[in-house]
Design a binder for this molecule. Structure first.
Ligand code: SAH
Ligand code: SF4
Ligand code: F3S
Length: 439
């Protein structure tokens, strides 16, 4: 029998990319083929993000665009899964007549069944959130490469006032340690060289193991020991949970990458309070100082929101000052986007669009200049680079990343292969890339 072919398109954060691998695995077990060419698809799934209005707009546009595929192949089934499915629920089916199934992040086990019903002509929706689902027993169908994601926890209990994630992904829950360790061991055996541990708040990980409570620093220390040849990364950490113990653990293990992503959101304690971030700017700065003290070459990245309700020029200046003082290697910077159902949706969105954009651009400009200066400071240093492939520009050059997550391009001489750890001396920089040569 010909198997139905599923094409999955993923939007949003790394959790979504990791979930797509779980969905692909469930579909394969359910008798479907997973393909990477949309033209051949019998089923198209969009794994979606709701975090800002733009993210959802993109999906509405994509659904419009998919109508041409439906015209060509009448029995095509289109489904929306992920955070937007959870947020919009039956409204998605009502508003978008091309959509036949809607499945939220905790109901992926039902996808094969719902697709089969949709092929039979029946629309389907599954958006129940769970307090326990972690897909512990599912081995993700990973795309080939040297890096892999492992989700170690799901959900979020923090309810920052602007954020939709606790509503789309439900409550915080951690996976059992034994299943994660097995996954790490399997990946090591398969020759994986880099693992990123994922969770909305990875550092609130906690699980009971043989009567003992294991927290995130203990978990990651164990991995570093079980698979010393693998580089470990993790994302994202909440500033209120970044303990000395975690920083010390990173400092003590060579194979835990010296890169910490810590979302600041704002440099003003007043705004942080309105955001319910549960830390002051002083606390945040204290954590950054501790990181810089214990791991001097640690790369730092962050998220910043410009134009939160009630943000004054003075608050904005404090954010600019924070960016100037902390000197992040990288940042994701956003305009505040009101999300229906969140607490801040009821606050007056009083910074007008033009002003939000002006503030955002000021932050971006300052941050970009700092990132360039920090890249320039790498010139002359020797970095350990994990080779990911050939460079986009030239096949004679290879490309890889440092532990601090910077992209390095260098001539393939002496020749190396994907997955090698090589030493590269940085000789110059372009806007976002370090250029070097093997030593
Ligand atoms: N759990 C992660 C964040 C996940 S969402 C953490 O707390 O670090 C990723 C980023 O999107 C957030 O850090 C925030 O900067 C941004 N974001 C979330 N909701 C937003 C909104 N309504 N408007 C603008 N940016 C938002
Ligand atoms: Fe959203 Fe805050 Fe949870 Fe991050 S910690 S996912 S910003 S509610
Ligand atoms: Fe988006 Fe959901 Fe991730 S809202 S950022 S895909 S958790």
């Amino acid at each position: 029998m010909n198997k139905d072919k599923v094409y999955i398109e993923t939007y949003g954060c790394q959790m979504n990319f990791s979930d797509t691998e779980i969905v692909a695995s469930l579909l394969k077990a359910g008798g479907f083929d997973i393909i990477d060419k949309i033209d051949d698809a019998d089923i198209i799934l969009l794994n979606t993000c709701s975090v800002r209005d733009n993210a959802e707009k993109k999906i509405h546009q994509r659904l419009m665009h998919l109508k041409q595929y439906k015209k060509r192949k009448n029995k095509l089934v289109v489904g929306v899964i992920g955070c937007m499915a959870e947020r919009m629920q039956e409204k998605l089916i009502e508003e978008e007549d091309i959509v036949k199934i809607v499945v939220g992040p905790d109901e992926y086990r039902l996808i094969p069944q719902l697709i089969n019903q949709a092929i039979g002509g029946q629309k389907g929706i599954a958006v129940e959130l769970s307090t326990v689902e972690t897909y512990d027993d599912i081995t993700p169908l990973r795309t080939e490469g040297i890096s892999a994601f492992i989700s170690i926890m799901r959900g979020c209990n923090n309810f920052c006032t602007y954020c939709i994630v606790p509503y789309t992904r439900g409550r915080d829950r951690s996976r059992e340690i034994a299943t994660i360790i097995n996954e790490v061991k399997d990946l090591a055996q398969q020759g994986i060289k880099e693992i990123t541990l994922l969770g909305q708040n990875v550092n609130s990980y906690t699980a009971n193991h043989k009567g003992q409570n294991i927290d995130f620093p203990e978990l990651i220390a164990r991995f570093a020991e079980v698979a010393p040849e693998i580089r470990f990364r993790f994302t994202t950490s909440h500033p209120k949970d970044i303990s000395d113990k975690l920083i010390e653990t990173i400092a003590a293990n060579d194979n835990i990458c010296n890169h910490i992503h810590l979302a600041m959101q704002s440099g003003s304690t007043r705004v942080l309070e309105m955001m319910k971030r549960k830390y002051t700017y002083e606390h945040f700065l204290g954590r950054i100082q501790k990181i810089k003290e214990l791991i001097p070459d640690c790369a730092l990245s962050t998220d910043i929101i410009a134009g939160f309700p009630g943000e004054t020029i003075d608050d904005h200046k404090q954010t600019l000052q924070a960016v100037r003082d902390i000197r992040y290697d990288g940042a994701f910077m956003f305009k505040y986007s009101p999300r229906e159902g969140t607490k801040s949706y009821d606050m007056e969105d009083d910074v007008d669009e033009k002003e939000k954009l002006r503030r955002l651009n000021q932050i971006i400009e300052m941050q970009n200049n700092i990132a360039l200066e920090l890249n320039d400071a790498e010139i002359g240093k020797t970095q350990e680079v994990l080779v990911e492939g050939s460079s986009k520009r030239s096949r004679d050059d290879m490309m890889g990343r440092t532990g601090t997550n910077k992209v390095v391009v260098f001539p393939n001489n002496p020749p190396c292969k994907i997955g090698d750890l090589v030493k590269v001396k940085i000789i110059r920089t372009t806007s976002a890339t370090l250029i070097g040569k093997r030593i």
